[in-house]
Design a protein around this ligand. Structure first.
Ligand SMILES: C[C@H](N[C@H](C(=O)O)[C@@H]1CCCN1C(=O)[C@@H](N)CC(=O)O)C(=O)N1CCC[C@H]1C(=O)O
Ligand SMILES: [Zn+2]
Length: 611
């Protein structure tokens, strides 16, 4: 039901406003669910016809939102109760839908649909007849291959077939998006995206969190670099201290679990990877999702409804259809349809992703009773954290053993260090990547990074913050940001950095609620209805309040803090500091990769060390 409104009739304006909100809420469910259905059809069957239908549907939805915004603007909300004021604010907060020029609005939607198509249908041809899609083929190569030359060809090929083909489209998108949000009074698109966090100091807050976490990342980077040098030979690594991006088991070097078998501190102890065990037990995609569903049910939260199982696409279709394989969770905004679309493979990585996506669905289910304007995360970082919080329990050796995916449970210091390393390759490795994507985009939206510097600015951030360098020289003919899903698909990214900090604060609060004692990294909240009740209370609020309120209700804190994350990984950091000594760090600037100068670079390096 709608929240209780002020005294009926106390103000004709307020009564009319209440009726307007009821109308909006009814109409929005109709408009948004129709749009979701058309968008789903396009994402699960990429054809020209479905793309055109999706562009038209997005355009009509934007125009409807524009119309509602104009109707809402008629009301003088100053005397309204805070909840009504918040609902009116959100109805008017329509982002790029504010673009008044319909032709430009259609162009904006068309440009986005074209970039999404380029990304999701790109294939890399290593021979005339052998053309590989990203999912599952190239991803599998990055997970399994240790052939540096083959990895380099796939790394370059993927960027040639995806990002390189979008540069002009992205430049058009930036201009149209900025023009649109300026209509609403925002300085640029980044200003609009950051406003969603409702925190004056948001940009500084994430910057200081990143600074606070840098030492942890530097220790992990040093250890991984040393082990990869042993595997591939020093000659592949630039003297500047960077790790070439194609050697970290992931197309974007964003998480490094796929090469963890090279990176275990104690190789003779068990390695936390249940892929082989799932394959041996003939796990299916559906069974992976049922494992995630069982966990949410064990907390007393809402199990997946039948519509979820009927409507989701949990495997890549084998009928030749082109689909958007990048996993996603869908709210159809009708209180009934909630789906996941994932080209699931039976691997540990997909097991984790399934929990991540189901976390979104659980959030959708918990707030489905809210007015449509409140059906969102308290902030976007909350939405990204739900599934991952569950995974922090599921991926413990003890829990994996309990569900039969880790036959022998070895509990000693060395196995514990291996476990923390596996988690660090997922969580610590990600931090600079999660942080830098929107540093680049905010600088582009602000006009600090011009199209003529797109790639230079991208690699400046990658080399300086992530200590990762390109395996071959890059130029402004390339557009490497476009090779990462969230750029062509225009999904903000700082939400994942925020999530990776918040999820440890949530994990700590839920583990306290579950009565856990001992180190945070051994906590498993499975079957704790106390934890489930507290989590449910936070999730069911959606975005009805500023995020600090639900946050405080769960964690008794009012600010993001890296402390629980650092406490969780402290034992590993102690180990790494001892291992690394002073052999850590990298030069901020990218190594010079031009063939001539890199030879010169090596001899110069030799001379300097020889002197
Ligand atoms: C695999 C995951 N796919 C996203 C996600 O689930 O967030 C998809 C695509 C973009 C938004 N999205 C959604 O599903 C939203 N509809 C969720 C919502 O309702 O807000 C993803 O992109 N991840 C996970 C870890 C880091 C990042 C990456 O892989 O780089
Ligand atoms: Zn997500």
């Amino acid at each position: 039901a709608m929240g209780v409104r002020g005294e009926a009739g106390s103000n004709v304006n307020e009564t009319a406003a209440g009726e307007f909100l009821d109308m909006y809420n009814t109409e929005a469910q109709r408009v948004f669910s129709a749009n979701a259905a058309v968008s789903w059809a396009f994402n699960t069957n990429i054809t020209d016809e479905n793309r055109q239908k999706s562009i038209q549907s997005d355009l009509q939805t934007d125009l409807w939102r524009q119309n509602m915004s104009h109707q809402a603007a008629v009301f003088n909300t100053s005397g309204f109760d805070p909840d009504m004021q918040r609902q009116f604010y959100k109805i008017k907060d329509i982002g790029t839908a504010a673009l008044e020029d319909v032709a430009k609005l259609e162009e904006l939607n068309s440009v986005l649909a074209q970039m999404s198509t380029i990304y999701s249908t790109a294939r890399v041809c290593l021979t005339k007849t052998d053309c590989l899609p990203l999912d599952p083929d190239i991803t599998r190569e990055f997970e399994k291959s240790r052939n540096e030359e083959r990895l380099r060809r796939l790394w370059v090929g993927w960027r040639d077939e995806s990002g390189k083909k979008m540069r002009q489209l992205y430049t058009q998108f930036v201009d149209l998006s900025n023009e649109a949000v300026k209509t609403l009074g925002y300085a640029d698109t980044g200003d609009y995206w950051r406003s969603k966090y409702e925190t004056e100091t948001f940009e500084q807050d994430v910057a200081s969190l990143f600074e606070e976490l840098k030492p942890f990342y530097t220790e992990l980077h040093a250890f991984v670099r040393r082990r990869l040098k042993a595997q591939y030979g020093d000659s592949v690594f630039p003297a500047s201290g960077h790790i070439p991006a194609h050697l970290l088991g992931n197309m974007w070097a964003q998480q490094w679990n796929s090469v963890q078998n090279l990176l275990m501190p104690y190789p003779d102890q068990p390695i936390l990877d249940v892929t082989a065990e799932m394959v041996k037990q003939e796990y299916t995609a559906e069974r992976i999702f049922h494992v995630a569903d069982d966990f949410f049910a064990s907390l007393g939260l809402t199990p997946m409804p039948q519509e979820f199982w009927n409507g989701s696409m949990l495997e890549k279709p084998q009928d030749g259809r082109e689909v958007v394989c990048h996993a996603s969770a869908w709210d159809f905004y009708n209180g009934i349809d909630f789906r996941v679309k994932q080209c699931t493979e039976v691997t540990m990585e997909h097991f984790s992703t399934a929990h991540h996506e189901m976390g979104h669905i659980e959030y959708f289910l918990q707030y489905k009773h809210q007015p449509v304007v409140y059906r969102g995360g308290a902030n976007a970082g909350f939405h990204e954290a739900v599934g991952d919080v569950i995974s922090l329990s599921v991926e413990t050796p003890k829990h994996l053993h309990d569900i039969g995916l880790l036959p022998t449970l070895v509990e000693n210091n060395e196995a514990d260090t291996n476990f923390l390393m596996a988690m660090a390759l997922q969580k610590i490795a990600f931090l600079p990547f999660g942080y830098l994507i929107d540093q680049w985009r905010w600088s582009v939206f602000r006009g600090q990074t011009h199209p003529s510097d797109y790639n230079k600015a991208w690699w400046k951030l990658r080399c300086e913050l992530q200590g990762v360098s390109p395996p071959v020289a890059r130029t402004e003919d390339d557009f490497d940001p476009g090779a990462k899903f969230h750029i062509p698909n225009n999904t903000p990214y700082i939400r994942y950095f925020v999530s990776f900090v918040l999820q440890f604060q949530f994990h700590k609060a839920l583990c306290d609620a579950a009565g856990h004692t001992g180190p945070l990294h051994t906590c498993d909240i499975f079957n704790s209805t106390e934890a489930g009740t507290k989590l449910g209370e936070m999730l069911s609020m959606g975005s009805s309040k500023v995020w600090t309120e639900p946050f405080q209700a769960l964690t008794n804190q009012t600010r993001m803090s890296a402390q629980p994350l650092m406490d969780y990984f402290q034992p590993l950091m102690t180990f790494l500091q001892k291992e690394n000594g002073q052999d850590k760090g990298w030069q901020p600037d990218c190594p010079n990769l031009d063939p001539i100068s890199s030879a010169g670079q090596a001899s110069l390096h030799y001379l300097l060390t020889a002197l």
